[in-house]
Write a protein that binds this ligand. Structure first.
Ligand code: PMP
Length: 295
């Protein structure tokens, strides 16, 4: 699904065939989850393939590298340039891009010396599909921000997401919702959440969540089109009294919720702010926003 005989990846400073690449079985990323990654999308626009917010994504990657004390020397600009070349070499116009910084050999629990950069890309539809989602609240909370850097995309953090997804998928739900350590609503396993109440949108503030690039794009779009959006903590009870809700993320883009546990969101999706934003977001990533705002 992710690669075939022709797929090229960027690995250790070179473009190589995915099927010919091999990794280090003694690396610290494999043993302890000390690696940093990104999830980025490129879209085919009328002006050619454009990587959406490449610099913002690579800035977050460099933040992760910094907080984990990993030796890494690429700049955001160099990473962006390599990624465009990788897309071209794979002949991909619409793609999901997965950069990953893996750390070297060290069985001690402090960062290894040196790192390797891997960038892979593949064609990937909207991660959670287009249908409204049936969501369940997970029994797992998002990590305490004093236990790690919650805004860094560290491979090991994703154990929390995998636990939550496994739990709810086993019960037949599409996605999980996680609360934070104070029992406020935090986010989905791999996306942020917004709720709508009487036309106003609410989303949890930074602190206990991954501050998604899609989340901030959606907030900017709201400001541009005059939708009120408030960053504040809210409880599960408040979410279950809201009119509508949606998730945002690079892989998922904007996707609506049908239900949360036993609660059915009452506002029809087609009449929600989420639906409007789903379309605006698509126009934004395709470079059509200006056109759409003036129509
Ligand atoms: N929360 C979590 C836990 C995530 O893994 C992601 C995906 N990076 C997001 C939110 C959304 O972030 P973004 O919009 O930057 O993709």
């Amino acid at each position: 699904m992710y690669y075939n005989d022709e797929t090229v990846i960027f690995y250790n400073g070179k473009f190589v065939k995915a099927k010919e690449a091999s990794g280090n079985l003694y690396g610290q990323t494999l043993h302890y989850g000390n690696g940093v990654f990104e999830g980025i999308r490129a879209y085919e626009t009328s002006e050619g393939t454009k990587i959406f917010k490449a610099l913002e994504h690579y800035k977050r990657l460099l933040y992760g590298v910094e907080v984990m004390d990993i030796d890494f020397n690429y700049t955001e600009e160099e990473l962006t340039k390599i990624t465009y070349e990788l897309l071209e070499r794979n002949n991909l116009k619409d793609a999901y891009i997965r950069p990953l910084v893996v750390t070297g050999e060290n069985m001690g629990v402090f960062s290894a010396k040196g790192s390797d950069l891997i960038i892979q890309c593949w064609k990937w539809d909207k991660l959670m599909g287009d249908e409204l989602l049936r969501v369940k609240t997970s029994r797992f909370q998002r990590p305490n921000p004093k236990s790690c850097f919650v805004e860094a995309k560290i491979t090991g953090h994703y154990i929390n997401s995998i636990l939550a997804s496994n739990e709810v998928k086993k019960e037949g739900y599409d996605e999980s919702l996680l609360l934070d350590m104070n029992n406020n609503v935090a986010e989905c396993s791999g996306a942020n959440i917004f709720m709508e109440k009487e036309g106003v949108l609410y989303t949890p503030p930074r602190g206990h969540i991954m501050a998604g690039i899609t989340r901030s794009t959606v907030i900017d779009l709201c400001k541009e089109v005059g939708i009120s959006v408030v960053e504040k903590h809210f409880t599960l009870k408040e979410l279950k009294e809201s009119d509508s809700a949606f998730f945002t993320g690079t892989a998922a883009e904007v996707v609506g919720l049908k239900s949360l546990d036993e609660y059915q969101f009452p506002l029809e999706w087609k009449n929600s702010q989420g639906n409007k934003l789903m379309k605006l977001y698509k126009n934004e990533v395709l470079g059509l926003r200006k056109k759409c705002l003036t129509n």
